[in-house]
Design a protein around this ligand. Structure first.
Ligand SMILES: Cc1cc2nc3c(=O)[nH]c(=O)nc-3n(C[C@H](O)[C@H](O)[C@H](O)COP(=O)(O)OP(=O)(O)OC[C@H]3O[C@@H](n4cnc5c(N)ncnc54)[C@H](O)[C@@H]3O)c2cc1C
Length: 436
């Protein structure tokens, strides 16, 4: 048998054992080609942080029967959008009647480990506790990687090393990101009995609820909060653009503390025992900041390629599908025995045709626009929606017509008319770009 380690040469090396890397590696292994996945953590998933929910359909494209054995927490049948002011909330809630699951909450340390075990069964050689420090470049082509101990060579290297991909930079495929291109996410996990979770979130056994939080305590900043229900724990967290945190000298865990104390949030995690605190960067640059995705002998996938749709908290699905495309492209290149960018451009062609680039392209002006209009969309209108419902639901003997008129008048008195126009124009433009 071909001994990879004696010869230190294989067909494909994948760097990073997150969803992107594992999907790329298993796609290659299924065709009988040699693939080594190198992960710096003790096991795949040990370093991975997210909200979070994973999405059923994209996972099934790679692991069709995952629902039978994967360590899943709850099937998310409820999705809430909570608009918060300091003391109030206005919540829109959607409950699904579809029997097929759309998403599951998972604990990444368990889920990614499970994915990697499946990949191993299908022929991927997984090397853990190994940091890839550099790339080996010869004649303008990536031909291998350097770890602390050894050099390994491959026909193709797939970079799946996450948001802060130093290797993609070394490959000359991307520049340093700007603080406005990433958000800092912080989260805590609280242990709470499953019966209490069901009661507090109005769930049946194994049903889960995703709560997205807009407004307080991130008012006026580009940020979102979230609450996810696991089997016996609840995850609460938020992500805020890094440039905002730096400019305003805010500490994200102080914002998280404020969120936990909100009167509509505190009862949901009451008496929970803190199990875990973690922080991680989230790519936010979107379509405009996608780096060069391939070069001679190399492709970049997942977070390393900025493939995240942040408005929808979609990252793992883009990571897995981009990994699958890179894996398929690697197999094609091996068949053609051509590892130049001329062949590897197939990876980008596959991405361009998929929902990944189409969605990111539609949303390409979302972040720049939200950046400019953040005081309006994450503060002013949230408070206004809250005061509308306060007015609409109060029974106080005041003539309704007068209340409605006063409410409309207040928009024009507390808001400069040109700002209102700019908000309206920005909103319509965004909608047009998404729909066209
Ligand atoms: C707070 C937060 C909440 C989120 N919520 C959601 C959600 O609810 N749903 C969703 O779909 N997405 C969510 N995301 C996004 C999602 O987590 C990412 O998009 C996804 O994990 C990207 O997968 P990946 O494989 O590209 O990268 P990662 O999951 O980051 O994996 C990269 C891997 O590479 C390894 N690595 C890095 N450098 C090296 C090196 N030099 N050598 C060896 N190994 C290396 C790391 O240890 C890691 O295992 C969230 C992210 C954050 C931060």
């Amino acid at each position: 048998m071909y001994n990879i380690f004696m010869e230190n040469k294989t067909q494909v090396i994948v760097v990073g054992g997150g969803p992107a890397g594992i999907s790329a590696a298993v796609t290659v292994a299924r065709t009988g080609k040699e693939v080594i996945l190198i992960e710096r953590g003790n096991f795949c998933g040990s370093k991975n942080v997210f909200g979070g929910a994973v999405y059923t359909k994209p996972i099934k494209e790679i692991f069709p029967n995952f629902e039978e054995n994967a360590p899943l927490e709850r099937n998310n049948t409820k999705h809430k959008y909570m608009l918060l002011t300091e003391n109030e909330d206005t919540t829109i809630s959607h409950s699904s009647v579809d029997e097929n699951s759309n998403s599951y909450t998972v604990i990444r340390a368990k889920f990614d480990r499970w994915l990697s075990e499946q990949a191993k069964k299908e022929g991927v050689t997984i090397v853990t506790q190994t940091l890839v420090k550099d790339l080996i470049i010869k004649n303008n082509r990536i031909i291998g990687i350097k770890t602390e101990l050894e050099d390994y060579y491959a026909d193709i290297v797939i970079l799946a090393d996450g948001v802060n991909s130093l290797l993609a930079k070394k490959a000359g495929l991307r520049n340093d990101f700007k603080p406005s291109d990433v958000a800092l996410g912080v989260k805590e996990v609280f242990k709470i009995d499953s019966e209490k979770i069901n009661e507090r979130f109005n769930l049946k056994e194994n049903e889960g609820c995703i709560t997205e939080i807009i407004g307080y305590p991130m008012n006026g900043m580009l940020g979102l909060g979230y609450i996810y229900t696991n089997k016996n724990s609840v995850t609460i967290g938020l992500g805020v653009a890094l440039d905002e945190l730096t400019e305003k000298q805010l500490k994200p865990y102080e914002l998280l503390d404020k969120l936990k104390l909100h009167p509509s949030v505190a009862p949901l995690i009451k008496d929970g025992e803190l199990l875990e605190y973690s922080a991680h960067l989230i790519p936010e640059g979107g379509y405009n900041k996608i780096p060069q995705l391939y070069g001679n002998g190399v492709m970049v996938v997942g977070d390393a390629a900025m493939l995240v749709n942040n408005l929808h908290w979609e990252g793992t699905n883009l990571a897995m599908i981009s990994g699958k495309f890179a894996g398929e492209t690697a197999v094609e290149a091996i068949k053609m025995n051509d590892f130049s960018k001329n062949t590897l451009k197939l990876y980008k062609q596959k991405l361009d045709k998929s929902f990944i680039i189409k969605d990111l392209k539609s949303y390409r002006n979302l972040m720049p626009t939200m950046h400019k209009r953040r005081n309006s969309f994450t503060d002013y209108y949230i408070k206004k929606i809250s005061s509308f419902f306060e007015m609409f639901t109060s029974v106080d003997g005041i003539v309704k017509r007068d209340k409605f008129r006063n409410f409309i008048k207040s928009i024009f008195t507390d808001r400069n008319i040109s700002e209102l126009f700019k908000d309206g124009f920005a909103g319509i433009k965004l909608l047009w770009e998404i729909l066209k």
